[in-house]
Structures are given as C-alpha cells and as structure tokens.
Design a protein. Structure first.
Length: 697
C-alpha cells in the first residue's frame, strides 16, 4: 500500500490547474504513459536551457549566439504591398544598430510589437548578413515590465506535437507546488558528503535553475535524483537476488540424450562463445543453488539456440522450461526457429500467446499441466493464472528489460524453485556490467556465428536523398527487401508518426503498394500484420519508427536506411543495423544524416562504419557520451532509466549498490520504521512491482 503522504504526487496531471482533458493526450505522449501523473511530469528532465544572462551591447554581441539586448526602435521597413519580402525593423543602442527580420507577418503587427521610439528587450540569435547584424524572429520581444518577470535561466524540455513549452512550464509550476514534505529518503551522511539538496529542493532547482548547472545532468539536483533512481533499481535487484536464494534451488541433471540429438539436428556447430555460455548455464541448472544469470549477446549472436539447449538439459531431467518474449512477433519467431529442431530431437514444444484461444488453448494448457510439453515459448500470456506447469524448472526471459521485475518473478513462481535465465541484446559495457548487474551471474556471447557477411555501412547526407531513392529502386529490382527507419522526432512540433507516414507516402509514389508502414501507435495485432506481410515478401519496403528494433528476423532484407541517424544513440543504431546482414547476401546500411554534424556526431557515425562489435560500440558510445554532448540525447542506450544518464552518473552506481545491499541485508522485508524512506523511494521511482514483491513474500 502506498503511503497517503505521496498521494499528491500520484494524482493524475489533469488535477493540475490549467490541464484540462484536451491536454491529457499530448501530455500522455510527452511523458510516455497512458494516464500521466504529477510525478511523471516532475521527472520530465530538461533537454537544455536558455541563458539570458548574456546581455551584451549590440557592438559586443557575438554572432551565432543567443543574446538578450536592450534596444530602441528606430525605423520600420514593411514589405511593399503584395510583395513576399520580410518586414525589417531597425533598432539600436549607444554602440550600434541591428535589423530585426520577420517573415510572413500580417501588416501592422510588428509596428505594435515594436512601437517606434520605444525601448524593448529582444531575446534571440544574432547573425551576420552581408556584414550587417540581424536577428530573425526573436524568441521574445518584451517591454520593461515583461522583461522583469522573465527568468534569467529557463529550462527547455523535449516536446511533442500540440504541446508548447509554456504549457509544460506552467504544469510544472503546479506540480512543484504539490510536493509534500517528506523525510530525507537517502542516508543523511551521503547527502551531506555529496552536498545534495533534499528531494523537493532538487526538483525545484532543476526546473527553476538559478545557475545553468542546476539544469544539467552534472549538477547536484540532477545527480541526486539520478542516485535515487539508481538506488531504487539496485534495491530491486538485491531483493530479487535475496528472494531467489531464499527460495532455494533444485538440481536438474540430464543424461545428454536430447542435447546430443539437438546438436545433431542443428545445421551448424556451436561457436566457442555459445559453448562456454552453455557450460556455465548447465552448471547452474545442475547445481542445487537457484540460477539468476544474465546472457548478453548482440543481435544475431545466437542466444536462442543456447536457450534451447538449456531447455534440453532440463527436459532430460523430466522437467519443463518456459521462454517468454516481449512481443507476439518475437515469440512466434523463436518458436519457428526452435520447433523444427526440437521436433527432430524429440523435445515437445508449444507456443502460447494472446492469439491461442478457446479449444486450442485448452489443449496447450492441459499438455503443460500434465507435463507432456517440455518447452513452451510465449508472451505475457504465459504468466496468466490459469497457466499451470507440471514441473517448471527453468524460466528464460528474452529482452529482459522489457519486462517488469514482477513479471519475471511471476513466471519463475510457476515452478517450485525455478532457475532464471535473463537474455538481452543490449550489450552493456564491461565497466558497467558489474555495477549495474552485480547481483546476477553473467555470460556473454561476444563472438558471432561464422559466415556472416559484414554490413557495408555508409554515412550519406540527406541532401542526397534522391540518389538514395534511386539506389533503392535498383536494390528492389535485384530482389532486395528494405527497411527504412524514421526516428522519433522529439523536439520539433512534427510528430514521429507524421514524419514516418510522409516518408511512406513519398516512397509509395515511386514504388507503389509494396511499401508498408509500421509505427508505435499501431496496436500489437496491426503491427504483427504488417510485419508478417514483410516477412512473407509481399511488402518489399518497410517504413518504420524504431519499433522494429527488437530481434525481428527477415533474412532477405539486405538494405537498411536510417533517416536522421545523427539523432539516434550509437547502441540503438547498431541494434537497428542488426536487422540486416542476416542472410547469405551482402547487406548495406545507409545512415542518412542532416548536416552539419558536430564533431561527436561525426565520431559516432565513424565508429559505426568501422565496427560491428556491439560490445566495442557500447564502450565507445559510453566514452563519447562522457566526453562531449553534455546534455546527451534521450536515447541513453540503457533502457529503463528516465533520469540517470549512465555516461554521466556511472560513478554513482557503486554507491547505490552498496547502500542497497546494506538496506536489504539489514531488513529484507523493508518493514522496520527505519526502512520507511526506502519504501517511499521505491514508490517514487515506480518500483511498484518491487513493492508487490515485498508483500507477496
Ligand atoms: P539472437 O537471439 O542472439 O539475436 P538468434 O538466436 O536469433 O540470435 O540467432 C541468429 C541466427 O543465427 C539464427 O538464424 C540462428 O539459427 C543462427 N545461428 C545461431 N548459432 C549459430 C552458429 N553457431 N552457427 C551458425 N549460425 C548460428
Ligand atoms: Mg533473440
């Protein structure tokens, strides 16, 4: 039960003044949550800030920088009637003059904004045009009274269509006013040593910075909040670990019969890395300790087969395995890979997703309950209460970060002492694995199966779009299938969906009905339908937002175009690229960027051209993020963290881990009064699942 103390933070944001039902949807999109709460808004981090403290004279103002100028209006030069020329206004101070330029404005409007002879404050970017200083469309034009009210430093937030920055700021003011008085959530000594503000002050300073550092990830307010988030994560891990070991394990020992048959049925030999990972997993399965192991391996590194062979060991011991994947597509794909080989070896498999219904579902459930099925592959459907196993010994969770802790554990709870194998295709740099996942054992597939063709990766400027479309036509005529990825547009007022549909439309004009579109706002079934048409080859071009990111396998897709590659994180680009190069034909990946590129962006794209090793890329990514790019992109490459930027806050993880261990060791149920702040913390950082875990015992 959530302490009532926190209720104001869990109120829907429509409870805030000025947010009516009409704004609920744009806020839901902004905050990436169906019914956003006050808390979600408070944790919406700035993406940058405007600094209006620079108030040079006109003569001193540096071109291409944002400045705030105090000027007198000298003259207006409106366009001649009927001409599309801009309206020009000459303004000046004692040191020089400047032309303010407005395009497309109704007659008389600028004269009202900038009355002749009046003093005004202008905020905006100065540029040089034919040696003349000018400012096009100032962000603000204010008189003295208006300027007095304007904060000197103002955070800028990622926005979505239909939601101007002003709404977000006003809503945040309401949200800040609702923060209740809370006890200190973190160990007092730590807070003192770090010089952190308390929770409420941290949020207030972040959203109303007095200094730029207050709004930056490296500043004390953000660091404190990041630490809270990291700590909540570490406590969750520590609790899972302590649960797993308290539940105890069972030893399952096979006789090698099914394993040998599967190995014989496979059209390839295991890689050394697969062999090693499998040996580690088998040792866990055979031991009487409970397994909690993370299997990390790049897309295409062959994790599924490792999972299958682990299931074989368990089946030889007369017990069952469940493999849970986050989407219908992935579950089916695993099943299709696994089923023929399993059948050849005499391992009984089944698939269970939301799609199995009625009689068919009953049969599947009966076979599971009576132990006739050795391995079931499925989605969340596997954790429904009526799914009962005769003797579940191994739970495998693919793309583990897509599941909540509770979901993973409820699968494990379907057996008496279930071993857990968590799989992820997000390579995590070595430097972070121990700190982030230190509570788990850990295996890696660093090596890819042989025979993979390297993907020819090139960076191409968006200016050459025509050539790209032309080349795409050639590839299609040669029988290729193509992914065309459009990014999630965050900071502009065009929605991601609009950008992707527009691209699909222009491609359709050239290539006709063979172009399909799949995006994040489609329902699961709709997405599956389009994906299936692409998989079957009926669609030749698939335009997609990043929803194809997870392990979809279409071996005949040999061309991947990623639009606005500069907006993606390296790790994400690498994952996307992993969708091609899966068959025997040579594949190409075109990274379309909009120039000019920053040095960091150039370095990023270069790394991707040079390497296909996901682990190396993740390490480089982390290094580059640590160096430049202070504000970073939202794609931190580390799913599950909304506040912490691991490139900035990695130094906090070890401390979070130590505090989590002390806490859980001292009070495994977090039930003593001293643990109250930790409970509040877990609530705040949405570890609801963790809380239920505590009460479930
Ligand atoms: P992951 O789940 O790690 O992304 P998969 O398990 O889907 O990768 O494997 C990708 C492809 O590689 C599959 O088609 C699989 O059959 C194949 N594969 C797996 N292991 C090997 C191997 N040792 N040699 C050759 N091909 C392999
Ligand atoms: Mg996989």
């Amino acid at each position: 039960m959530r302490p009532t103390l926190l209720d104001p933070l869990f109120a829907p944001i429509t409870a805030l003044k000025g947010i009516g039902p009409k704004l609920e949807r744009p806020f839901a999109r902004l905050l990436n949550r169906d019914a956003p709460r006050v808390l979600d808004l408070l944790f919406h981090m700035p993406s940058s800030f405007v600094d209006r403290r620079a108030r040079p004279t006109i003569a001193d103002a540096i071109p291409e920088t944002d400045v705030t100028l105090k000027v007198t209006v000298e003259a207006h030069y409106p366009p001649a009637p009927g001409r599309r020329a801009p309206h020009r206004t000459l303004v000046a101070d004692q040191t020089g003059d400047l032309t303010v330029v407005h395009f497309n404005v109704e007659a008389g409007r600028i004269e009202r904004l900038l009355p002749l002879g009046a003093t005004r404050w202008l905020c905006g970017r100065i540029s040089l045009f034919d040696g003349m200083r000018q400012m096009a469309h100032p962000d603000r034009i204010l008189d003295e009274a208006g300027f007095a009210k304007l904060p000197a430093i103002e955070p800028v937030y990622p926005l979505v269509e239909g939601l101007a920055g002003g709404y977000v700021r006003r809503a945040l003011d309401g949200a800040l006013a609702r923060i209740p008085a809370l006890p200190e959530l973190l160990p007092a000594a730590l807070v003192a040593a770090q010089g952190w503000p308390d929770f409420a002050t941290a949020l207030a300073r972040l959203h109303h910075p007095k200094n730029p550092i207050d709004a930056l990830p490296s500043g004390a307010p953000w660091r404190r909040l990041a630490f809270q988030e990291l700590l909540a994560h570490q406590i969750t891990l520590a609790l899972v670990r302590s649960r797993q070991s308290r539940a105890g394990g069972r030893s399952s020992v096979g006789d090698g019969r099914l394993t040998r048959q599967i190995l014989a049925a496979l059209p390839f030999a295991l890689t050394e890395a697969q062999g090693q990972a499998l040996a580690q997993i088998r040792a866990d399965i055979r031991s009487d300790k409970a397994m909690l192991r993370l299997l990390q391996g790049d897309v295409g590194s062959g994790k599924t087969v490792v999972g299958l062979l682990a299931a074989a060991e368990v089946a030889e011991a007369g017990r069952q395995t469940a493999l849970m994947a986050p989407t219908e597509i992935l579950a089916r794909q695993h099943y299709e890979t696994i089923a023929p080989i399993a059948a050849a070896a005499g391992l009984a498999t089944a698939v269970l997703t939301g799609r199995e219904k009625g009689r068919a579902r009953e049969v599947i459930l009966k076979d599971l309950a009576e132990g006739r099925t050795h391995l079931v592959v499925g989605t969340h459907a596997l954790i429904q209460p009526d799914v009962v196993f005769a003797d579940l010994a191994l739970a495998i969770v693919d793309e583990q970060h897509r599941f909540g802790v509770e979901q993973r554990l409820s699968l494990a709870r379907k057996g008496p002492a279930t071993d857990m194998l968590l799989m992820t295709a997000t390579p995590i740099p070595r430097t972070l694995v121990l700190t982030l996942f230190g509570d788990m054992d850990h295996s890696e597939l660093r090596q890819k199966p042989p025979g993979r063709q390297p993907v020819d990766t090139r960076a191409v400027s968006l200016d050459r779009l025509d050539e790209v479309v032309h080349g795409l036509g050639r590839a299609l005529r040669a029988g290729a299938q193509v992914y065309w990825i459009c990014p999630l547009v965050e900071e502009s007022d065009v929605s991601d969906l609009a950008a992707a549909s527009e691209r699909a439309e222009t491609l359709r004009q050239v290539f006709g009905d063979t172009v399909g579109l799949v995006h994040g706002r489609m329902s699961g079934a709709e997405k599956d339908k389009v994906m299936a048409r692409f998989q079957s080859g009926e669609l030749r071009v698939l335009v997609a937002t990043t929803v194809v990111e997870v392990g979809v396998n279409v071996p005949s897709a040999t061309l991947m175009v990623i639009e606005h590659a500069e907006r993606f994180g390296l790790a994400q680009l690498h994952q996307l690229r992993g969708r091609v190069g899966r068959g025997s034909k040579a594949s190409t990946c075109l990274l379309l960027y909009r120039g000019p590129l920053s040095e960091t962006a150039k370095a990023r794209l270069a790394i991707l051209r040079e390497s296909e090793d996901g682990f190396a890329i993740a390490e480089e990514d982390l290094r580059l993020r640590g160096e430049g790019d202070v504000l970073g992109t939202r794609q931190s490459g580390f799913p599950g963290f909304g506040i912490a930027r691991l490139e900035m806050h990695a130094d906090l993880v070890a401390t979070a881990r130590a505090v989590a261990h002390e806490t859980v060791q001292a009070d495994p149920e977090l039930e003593s009064p001293a643990s109250m702040p930790m409970r509040l913390l877990l609530h705040l950082h949405d570890s609801n699942a963790t809380m239920r875990l505590l009460s479930a015992g």
